[in-house]
Ligand binder design. Structure first.
Ligand code: GAR
Length: 215
């Protein structure tokens, strides 16, 4: 039996993308994985309630608890390694991940963004601000993007992107709700794909390890 891929999911708010991941694991769409840990930057995030309901370990790492950035980074690193994290998913995480952590988990960190990157992304574009920008620009379509996280903001390699129309008379909330549906689809697909890749890599590594010294 192959070891399950341990996901650590970082959140700040409602956690509907976290819920999609938990449901995806439950239904088997995301195979051979578990959510080992949920870290929130906000102690009041409903995402924490969702995680606890699934029996997932939770932690809060916020500027209020750890005013010094170096302490926040240290605490987060400790938690991620204690949970034996294979991959990190930023699912509505509204803080910037410390560069030290980005480097430590390079190629194994995914972020979901509520627009068609490179449209409406980067510093200052998060949550409803993104949908406001789409409406202000008069775009006829929007969508969502899952990408790998690098040291920039929303600049990493795109894994999956899906479009949805902007409809006449759309409000920020109406557009946000339509985009969120797309997010839930592509986050599950991207996490499933990443877990499959990591599982294969682990299997190859253990097969390689088994060969050591025999030839
Ligand atoms: C989602 O729309 C997500 O794409 C966005 O915040 C929302 C969180 O919803 N993330 C960002 O804007 C990050 N740049 P959720 O808490 O229900 O998953």
């Amino acid at each position: 039996m192959r070891a399950k891929i341990n996901l650590s999911v970082l959140v700040s708010g409602g956690g509907s993308n976290l819920q999609a991941i938990l449901d995806g694991i439950d239904s088997g769409t995301i195979a051979n994985a578990r959510v080992a840990l949920v870290i929130s930057s906000n102690p009041d995030a409903f995402a924490l309630t969702r995680a606890r309901k699934f029996g997932v370990e939770t932690a809060v790492v916020s500027a209020a608890i750890f005013p010094r950035e170096s302490r926040r980074t240290e605490r987060m690193s400790e938690l991620l390694s204690k949970a034996k994290t294979d991959a990190i998913i930023l699912a509505g995480y509204m803080s910037i991940l410390p560069a030290e952590i980005v480097r430590a988990y390079e190629g194994r960190i995914l972020n979901i963004h509520p627009s068609l990157i490179p449209r409406h992304c980067g510093k200052g574009y998060y949550g409803k601000r993104v949908h406001r920008a789409v409406l202000d620009a008069g775009d006829s379509e929007s969508g969502a993007t899952v990408h790998f996280v690098d040291e920039g903001v929303d600049t990493g390699e795109i894994i999956l992107q899906r479009k949805t129309p902007v409809l006449p008379g759309d409000t920020v909330d109406a557009l946000a709700a339509r985009v969120l549906k797309v997010e839930h689809e592509i986050i599950v697909e991207a996490v499933a794909r990443t877990c499959a890749t990591l599982s294969e890599r682990n299997a190859e590594e253990s097969a390689g390890g088994a060969d050591d010294g025999t030839g």
